[in-house]
Design a protein around this ligand. Structure first.
Ligand SMILES: NC(=O)c1ccc[n+]([C@@H]2O[C@H](COP(=O)([O-])OP(=O)(O)OC[C@H]3O[C@@H](n4cnc5c(N)ncnc54)[C@H](O)[C@@H]3O)[C@@H](O)[C@H]2O)c1
Length: 342
């Protein structure tokens, strides 16, 4: 079967990671990436030996990319002529404008969570509603926090049923390079419920969700404490066993020295993972508590990497590569080596 031809529009924190993730898939071809400025990720791409064609969405900006040493392969429209689907990871608001161009070119697209809800025709998490996105042309991926929640909640839901979920999200203030958002020394609170619960209920309408967010001056991942009300009584042993069936969830122990988000980030760096990225959700063993139908657990959300597998699953759904959600997830996992490296 011919490989699916994929473009990435917006080569920033998320776009550069999607590009590498797509390039690793045996049944996809990364045709090119597109940006508008010689940002740090674009400069790194130019400097690296990666042979990824670079396109420029704004013709007047071509000279800026060339000045930085880039060879520009063409415009966004040129890229759209060569691809079946794009992953749009542009600055929030740009994706909604770009959708018109994708429609005009007959190209499918995934969009990120920073765009307004509705930019795609379906909000997506492969554990929750792969079937709903199957064959859809415009799919919006959940945010990093909501992706992590949806993965774990639906892993439990598919086995023993979940009625309700309450989540406290300790949100990282900024990605490492977002210096315009800091330095800060505060725990920023906001009105409840935060928007994440609406997104959880959009992909899993049968689960009642409530979310609270407090933002802290940290960069290496969000931390979430979830309380699930399951349909059946369960036990800590069963919850661990259920989590272990999903390679996108990985258990860590406090007693092994993993006492913070930063320790897990450091571990990924020591393992030599590219960009110290972890696609999996780390769950702390000693923070799982079960009382009858009530399950408490705490997980970290590696915000820059976690949505990459789901973007690739969304390509699989849009392009009808696999009709079964687990087959699609397993295929993505295989090429990203999820479950093998950490
Ligand atoms: N950073 C995260 O942790 C994270 C996690 C999950 C989802 N997201 C979402 O992913 C999306 C991208 O976020 P990011 O953090 O990668 O942002 P970013 O600022 O790092 O990257 C955005 C890129 O888009 C480029 N761009 C802007 N206008 C463009 C245009 N017209 N054509 C082509 N490229 C254009 C910018 O130059 C930049 O390189 C947002 O919707 C965000 O909410 C971010």
């Amino acid at each position: 079967m011919a490989k699916v031809k994929v473009g990435v529009v917006g080569y920033g924190t998320i776009g550069e990671r999607i590009a590498d993730g797509v390039a690793a898939q045996g049944d996809m071809e990364l045709v090119g990436v597109c940006d508008v400025a010689p940002t740090v990720p674009v400069r790194a791409l130019i400097k690296s030996r990666k042979d990824i064609p670079l396109y420029c969405a704004v013709p007047e900006k071509v000279k800026d990319l060339e000045k930085a040493g880039g060879k520009v392969a063409g415009t966004l429209e040129d890229l759209l002529e060569k691809v079946d689907i794009v992953c749009d990871a542009t600055t929030p608001g740009v994706g909604a404008e770009n959708r018109k161009k994708y429609e005009a070119a007959g190209v499918r697209a995934t969009f990120q969570a920073g765009e307004k809800t509705g930019v795609g025709d379906v909000q997506f998490n492969s554990m929750a509603n792969y079937e709903k996105a199957y064959g859809e042309s415009y799919i919006q991926i959940l945010s990093c926090n909501t992706t992590g929640m949806a993965r774990c909640i639906n892993t439990v839901d598919r086995r023993i049923g979940v009625e309700k979920v309450n989540v406290v999200i300790i949100r990282r203030a900024a990605d490492v390079s977002e210096t315009h958002k800091g330095p800060v020394d505060a725990a920023i609170v906001q009105k409840v419920p935060s928007h994440q619960c609406e997104d959880i209920m959009a992909v899993s309408p049968h689960i009642k969700a409530f979310t609270v967010v407090v933002t802290l001056p940290i960069t290496h991942g969000h931390v979430q404490t979830l309380q699930l009300m399951c349909k059946k009584e369960t036990s800590k042993e069963q919850i661990i066993e259920i989590f272990q069936t999903n390679p996108r969830i990985v258990m860590f122990k406090i007693e092994d020295g993993f006492i913070s988000n930063s320790h897990i980030f450091d571990y990924c760096r020591d393992l030599g993972l590219p960009r110290a990225d972890m696609y999996e959700c780390p769950v702390w063993d000693e923070m799982i508590h079960v009382d009858g139908r009530e399950v408490w657990f705490t997980q970290m959300i590696p915000q820059e990497a976690i949505v990459i597998p789901e973007n690739i699953d969304a390509i699989r759904a849009a392009m009808k590569l696999q009709s079964d959600y687990l087959e699609a997830i397993n295929e993505t996992n295989k090429y990203l080596r999820i479950g093998e490296l950490v």
